[in-house]
Design a binder for this molecule. Structure first.
Ligand code: ADE
Length: 304
């Protein structure tokens, strides 16, 4: 987003139907916080109806650069459009105060947390009660998370959007435990150059990064596929940290020599085979997101 375009874009936002009057939004407790931004719980009152939402804002310490980043995130969310497996945009407050991006609230929290807490019978049964056709067994539920994420990512890929930070911590769980990809607005358009990332090496999610991202700074939809493989590993390992016990540097050496994550205990062989196919050194040899979705859907039938 270039500097001189900013006022114009803000103006367009103010005129279009995404604009939310500040007075109709009440902010609550903090849900999460990042380097420059924070997410708060919110209550949105529109036409007599109150809905729970999540609100992304900047911290007071945020710079102009961060401000443009958040506006860019909003722009990407508008462009990408709605999908059941993506956290959707509700609207934004862009005038008369700090920029607020209002998004759908995911009541079941982040996938990593859910996995670490364990798919206890209670949550699985509750889920069943809510939707008759819902998953019956924990393994089916785990595979369903994979199908959901692959669906959301298929849409992002079709919209030519690269996520760059696909990981269980960035997947949120909606009603009925539907998995939704979040923070894709931080992704950059496929056609944009990646100067931004080249200068921020210290904060890179090394353990989720593809071979070509680690060693050549290259990001594509196929490098998102690598990250999806690591995410699938996290799901099957119930939220464990990938490459636990070794440093980022050691992990990079291991990847360079052809080493890969091991099969998590209890993970079916065909699912492990699918994740390892995401870690082929050559991006074009990895499956695509629609391939991954179809494979997982086929496998899921064995667990129904
Ligand atoms: N934490 C960060 N974003 C969230 C969201 N949209 N819903 C619930 N928790 C969140």
């Amino acid at each position: 987003l270039r500097n001189q375009e900013e006022p114009q874009k803000t103006q367009v936002m103010a005129l279009n139907f995404w604009e939310i009057p500040r007075a109709s939004l009440k902010l609550g407790r903090r849900l999460g916080s990042g380097n420059f931004g924070q997410v708060r719980l919110g209550e949105l009152r529109q036409r007599g109806l109150t809905t729970t939402v999540a609100v992304k804002t900047l911290k007071d310490s945020a710079s102009d650069f961060d401000q443009r980043g958040l506006l860019g995130e909003l722009e990407i969310m508008v462009t990408v459009g709605r999908h059941d497996n993506l956290i959707s945009l509700v609207g934004a407050c862009t005038v008369d105060g700090p920029l607020c991006i209002v998004v759908e609230y995911a009541p079941n929290g982040c996938l990593k947390g859910w996995l670490k807490a364990g798919p206890n019978a209670e949550s699985v049964y509750r889920n069943q009660a809510a939707s008759k056709s819902g998953p019956q067994l924990p393994m089916e539920q785990l595979i369903q998370f994979g199908i959901d994420v692959a669906s959301g990512m298929s849409h992002l890929a079709a919209m030519q959007c690269i996520h760059r930070d696909l990981a269980a911590r960035n997947i949120l769980l909606g009603e009925n435990l539907v998995a939704k990809v979040s923070d894709f607005g931080l992704s950059r358009d496929i056609f944009e150059d990646n100067e931004y990332n080249r200068s921020t090496k210290g904060r890179l999610p090394l353990r989720w990064m593809a071979y070509e991202s680690l060693f050549y700074n290259v990001y594509t939809t196929q490098s998102d596929v690598w990250s999806f493989g690591v995410l699938l590993w996290e799901i099957m390992a119930m939220g464990k940290r990938p490459y636990e016990g070794i440093s980022g540097k050691e992990m990079m050496d291991m990847i360079e020599k052809g080493g890969r994550l091991e099969n998590p205990r209890g993970c079916p062989g065909e699912i492990y085979k699918l994740m390892t196919s995401c870690w082929m050194a050559l991006p074009e040899e990895r499956p695509t997101f629609p391939d991954l979705k179809a494979s997982l859907q086929r496998m899921s039938q064995d667990y129904q």
